[in-house]
Design a protein around this ligand. Structure first.
Ligand SMILES: [Zn+2]
Length: 212
């Protein structure tokens, strides 16, 4: 095989190429580029691509992140296994990445609902303290926190609802713009669909008087 210098040498193996790429990565602190490879003695970028198919595949096979913000498979696995227990910052520190990329990955894969230690969990706890453990409309004990005003941190914009009552709002069957609407709009709607089923409507007039 001919090298860049036009000399013949023993052919490079995949494992030698991987070692070579890792050593460049270690020396430069970044993913090796074509330019790096072609300016440092060793296999040419063409040789590397011939062995691995693509540049990205060669880097990944060598355990090197192809782009600064790209996650490696083992990192994705780590996030999937730990996102509930660890904060983004903890995961980022552990993996040596920025927390933005962790957050982006979680959002992309819907890995954030009911997460431990997030504001949503804290909000639900606070909301239940204010509005009770059960659905404010139908008194079912499996509940979710509904943000009447999206992302609001004001407790007056929250409601504790069961998945059914919640879905009536999220499916826009009833428009609830404030906590008063829960009683004047959502309750009648739920009553009407459940009229043949006996259930325990919550009559809790005090729940409107929560201070901010
Ligand atoms: Zn309900």
């Amino acid at each position: 095989m001919r090298t860049k210098n036009g000399k013949y040498s023993t052919p490079y193996t995949r494992s030698l190429i991987k070692k070579y790429l890792r050593s460049i990565y270690k020396a430069t602190g970044k993913s090796p580029t074509f330019r790096d490879v072609n300016s440092i003695p060793g296999p040419s970028s063409r040789t590397i691509i011939r062995h691995f198919g693509t540049w990205t595949k060669a880097l990944k096979a060598s355990g090197i992140r192809p782009h600064t913000n790209q996650l490696m498979e083992d990192e994705k696995l780590f996030i999937r296994q730990n996102w509930k227990e660890m904060t983004d910052k903890d995961i980022a520190e552990k993996l040596g990445l920025t927390s933005e990329i962790i957050k982006y990955y979680r959002i992309q894969y819907d890995l954030w609902k009911n997460r431990k230690g997030t504001s949503d969990q804290k909000h639900k706890k606070d909301g239940m303290k204010a509005y009770g453990k059960n659905c404010e409309i139908c008194n079912i004990s499996i509940t979710e926190l509904h943000h009447i005003v999206p992302k609001s941190t004001n407790i007056n914009d929250w409601a504790i609802l069961c998945p059914t009552c919640h879905s009536v709002i999220t499916r826009k069957l009833v428009v609830v713009k404030n906590r008063d609407d829960l009683k004047t709009k959502l309750t009648p709607y739920i009553k009407s669909i459940y009229k043949n089923i006996r259930f325990n409507l919550v009559a809790n007039p005090d729940s409107d008087n929560v201070s901010t």
